[in-house]
Ligand binder design. Sequence first.
Ligand code: SF4
Ligand code: SF4
Length: 416
Amino acid sequence: MDSVIHIKQEATKCVACGLCLPHCPTYNLLQDEAESPRGRLSLMLALAREDLPLNAKLESHLARCLDCRACEKVCPSYVDFGLALDSARAVIESRRAEAGLPACKSTSLIEWLVEQPARMRRLTKLLRLYQQSGLQWLLRISRMLRLLRLDHLDADIPRLTPLKDLAEFHPAMDKSKGKVVLFTGCQAEMADQPALASSIRLLNRLGYEVHIPVKQNCCGALHLHAGHREKAIELMRRNIDAFSGGNEAILSVASGCTATLGEYNKYINDNKSASGFSARIKDINQFLEGATWPEGISFHSLPRRIVVHNPCSLTHVLRQEDKPYSLLAKIPGAEILSLPENNLCCGAAGAYHLTQMSIAKRLRDPKIMHLKRLIPDILVTSNPGCATFLGAGLREAGLATEVLHPVTLLARQLKP
Ligand code: SF4
Ligand code: SF4
């Protein structure tokens, strides 16, 4: 089985030097070797070699890993921690199925929802109705949500904008200087359609025509990180087909999705098109920052404090965390600050904030504490999952800080 081979290949590279330990958010928080990258790699190896039977403790140590990959970035032995962890979770899921144990109900539901873009759209419309009709307000003030223990879930719902169907083709504003293809994703389309619309607007203004393949679907990240590798690979193959037939850059707006799209070739190695696909993937900040900006494009001044959050996917996997800062520097008058301790995960981590709620909140608390001190007008982040989770924390803390994707802010300030 590929997963067992991947674990052995990566975990045996670890020389137990411990250099990753201070960079690991769960080790910092829990002060337990089994919650560190080094400890987890030992557990994964024991699992792969069948030195340890599957048991609740082992599963819990691996489930508590954020998959933030801060450890991977600093590892002198180049351990691919992401590949090892996703493989270990796949082994756990297959051994659980062999033993007749059930899958986690909440992750199964999320995975089922994101598999089909139409399901996510229907859910978004229902949630918007829930917000617009006043039902959310009523349930909140009546404390019903707390009684039903749904208050945390409710707090996580971002303020939803009306969903618009995005056209398949968006022409360049003046003479076309090239074509790009846009990955819209399931979560980004639901939680951050303004970021997609802003990306299209900026790209068209820069002279790029934007194409959006209709047959694309979820990137597969949630399935992959939950150990459902076969389903993840099925979604990956569908995306590879949807984007075939060209060599243009594939731009992705949500950094969590971008990180997974760029690594399809790690999981599909029987297919040359997977490496071709991954090589075409670019983060939207990275693409816009590297593009030639025509003379005459300028931005309205914004004398406001803007704090930048660096998502782990953008920082530790894509390693493009400097790009939003360069882009935002184009806005005159804006005070741009980095969120302190930006190298540590905020706790959102895909479905982690739903499955490991208590640890996720303890990881978010210091971020909110810094934001309470800095009181920014706007918090920018390139990942919709982080935006949703941090936004909920800001609301709970009574802060009116707006949370935006960097391209949304940039497009908002663009002069006609
Ligand atoms: S830095 Fe790398 S080699 Fe060192 S303990 Fe961590 S995972 Fe192992
Ligand atoms: S991925 Fe993140 S949480 Fe998991 S072991 Fe590495 S640094 Fe720690």
